[in-house]
Design a protein around this ligand. Sequence first.
Ligand code: MTE
Length: 322
Amino acid sequence: MLIKVKKQSDLSENDVTPERLFKARRKFLNIGAASITGAALSGIAGGIFASPTPTKAAGAQLGTTKWAGSTDETPTDFESITTYNNFYEFGTSKEAPRFNAEGFVTSPWTVEVSGLAKNTGTFDVWDLIDKNKLEERIYRHRCVETWSMVVPWVGIPLADIVKRLEPQTSAKYIAFKTLHDPERMPGQERAVLQWPYVEGLRLDEAMNPLALLVVGVYGQELPPQNGAPIRLVVPWKYGFKGIKSIVKIEFSENEPPTSWNISAPGEYGFYANVNPNVSHPRWSQAKERRIGEFLKRKTLMFNGYSDEVASLYSNMDLEKYF
Ligand code: MTE
């Protein structure tokens, strides 16, 4: 494809970068851009991540009740969870988001609800999420790139919110959208993905008790690099379904587009269920490397949540609907 390259003399006033954006971009370039690789989640998991810096408090403490279904596997340390991230709006390396998202303002924050539901409108995030009902749930977290973690998330079942919003019977899907604001998310200055980041679930998946709207980690509000103030966590699916910094929820009759599927339809499907038997076209999904561990471990079907979710897909060919 040919791209017309402007000469210096062709620049209009609109091309002059505002100071704030220039500063944000310069900060972004300095810290994160060296490792930009284009729009492909890589198959190479990063090196074992052990930072010498002490654990910092990320945000305000949240009151939680402990969910009985948590895994008893050892949670990954706070430092790794908050410094080894995928958040392309803040850079494409694992290390960039924590620097580039520093100072990202997430309060006030509203979420627009639209489409086929009774209770549509624009809600303050803390009207949507009742702070008195937060649960701590320790889930396995498996990235399509083959690394994994165990994360003590804080959130509310997505099903509770969906029920409050009262979707119409014609609604079959729920779609989510991340903020689109290149001034605040400097990674959106580059076309590594089509912005904003979008994701979606079938409504019966969204109603599964494991699907979680997350506002915290390790008992405190999410740091920006993990998707503050509100993100999705779907523990039986690859991590890219867990869309961060959500500003819009929409109920629809038809399957909504999803970012990684738009970017590479042959590599990333709508369903993205963790499945050790279906390889990514460029690498096997049979094993994973738990951050903090040396040897690889076997990946479990539906990330170990088969009892809870397998029935959702009983009549489906999981090779086709990957
Ligand atoms: N959401 C947005 N908006 N942008 C992203 O780049 N990356 C996804 C997902 N949500 C991403 C996103 C991917 S690929 C993964 S693995 C998880 O976020 C990573 O979440 P974590 O950084 O909290 O581990």
